[in-house]
Ligand binder design. Structure first.
Ligand code: AMP
Ligand code: TRP
Length: 336
């Protein structure tokens, strides 16, 4: 690394390989990751260990992990510029996880809304990993002294916990960890379900019309947007509180066309939702087409993807191993 790049701030983010990414993942997280590469030292990770907090089919998890990496490459993550790796390939994350578990409090972990949601959704598998999930996420971030963490809004509570644990550790021992900040873009921080715009778009939704997958073809995208739940007043106006469905579509269109919210409202002034939904579908299909082309090309070359991940794991380990040694020393684990 040159001196110049050493002065750049560090970014880390992760995404779980629990299925094909949705438009929500793309807009809320992945799209921003590629854009940040010039300005920052970026590390991007496929969070396979986090995926294990929900029962996974082993073969599907392996496939999804490689596909997730291929999709990140297709979405513009450049391995010449950033470090792309799989979480379980860098064991220091799990080593730091234990130390942080011992510094995270039962009370604060109990307050996590994702824990409450997922416990309610899988009452037969409320496992210890689900509970301590945020400590592992904190380890992912703190082990690289990341300054910024680009995520969607649903992850901000976990980020706050990471800051609190880092601060607690720094106070108990000595300044060790950088306190990370969230990087959440205003529009698109929370893309809503097309079937129920009061809930976030999620790849685990049982209704396939609720989400757009990055691999959906043009016809599927068009059809899903046509069916998107809106309201009965027929006016294309941005008002998330009273018109969540329409506002969600406006946000998506705004992101894919670069037109401002006001411009979008003006463009569809006096026109019905049919015309508007058609336009949103077309804009998304056009925007995703190049990514889909790249994805197919990259995924066909397994050896390339695996090579990138191997190099990524080695580069990430060099940083993470140094940090875990430092942490072990600070907490008083005997070093020989
Ligand atoms: P996950 O699918 O839970 O691994 O999420 C990966 C990333 O996508 C995280 O940064 C999430 O905050 C983000 N994300 C997931 N769903 C949405 C959504 N509906 N809108 C915006 N961001 C999202
Ligand atoms: N928990 C995140 C999610 O579900 C994924 C994740 C794991 C992550 N480790 C991270 C995100 C570290 C940011 C930083 O979306």
């Amino acid at each position: 690394m040159s001196e110049q790049s050493e002065r750049k701030r560090v970014i880390l983010s992760g995404i779980q390989p629990t299925g094909t990414f949705t438009l929500g993942n793309y807009i809320g997280a992945v799209r921003n990751w590629a854009k940040l590469q010039d300005q920052f030292n970026c590390l991007y990770m496929v969070a396979d260990l986090h995926a294990l907090t929900v029962r996974q089919d082993p073969a599907a998890l392996r496939r999804n992990t490689r596909e997730a990496a291929a999709m990140l490459l297709a979405a513009g993550i450049d391995p010449a510029q950033s470090i792309l790796f799989v979480q379980s390939h860098v064991p220091a994350h799990t080593q730091l996880n234990w130390i942080l578990c011992c510094n995270a409090q039962f009370g604060e972990l109990s307050r996590m809304t994702q824990f409450k949601d997922k416990s309610a959704k899988h009452p037969d598998n409320v496992n210890g990993g689900l509970f301590t999930y945020p400590a592992l996420m904190a380890a992912d971030i703190l082990i690289y002294n990341a300054d910024l963490v680009p995520v969607g809004q649903d992850q901000t509570q976990h980020l706050e916990l990471a800051r609190n644990v880092a601060q607690r550790f720094n106070n108990a021992y000595s300044p060790t960890f950088t306190l990370p900040e969230g990087y959440v873009t205003k529009e698109g921080a929370k893309i809503m379900s097309l079937a129920d715009p009061t809930h976030k778009m999620s790849k685990s939704d049982t209704n396939v019309n609720a989400f757009i997958l990055l691999t959906d073809d043009r016809d599927t995208i068009t059809r899903k947007f046509k069916r998107a739940v809106t309201d009965s007043d027929g006016v294309v106006r941005y008002d998330p509180a009273n018109k969540p469905g329409v506002s969600n579509l406006i946000a998506i269109y705004h992101i894919f066309t670069g037109k401002s919210i006001e411009e979008v409202e003006r463009e569809f002034d006096g026109q019905g939702y049919g015309v508007f939904k058609e336009a949103v579908g077309a804009a998304v299909a056009d925007g995703l087409a190049p990514i889909q082309g790249e994805y197919a090309r990259i995924l066909a070359d397994k050896a390339y993807v695996d090579g990138v991940l191997k190099e990524g794991a080695a580069a990430a380990s060099r940083i993470a191993d140094r940090m875990i040694q430092k942490v072990y020393r600070k907490v008083g684990l005997l070093q020989l």
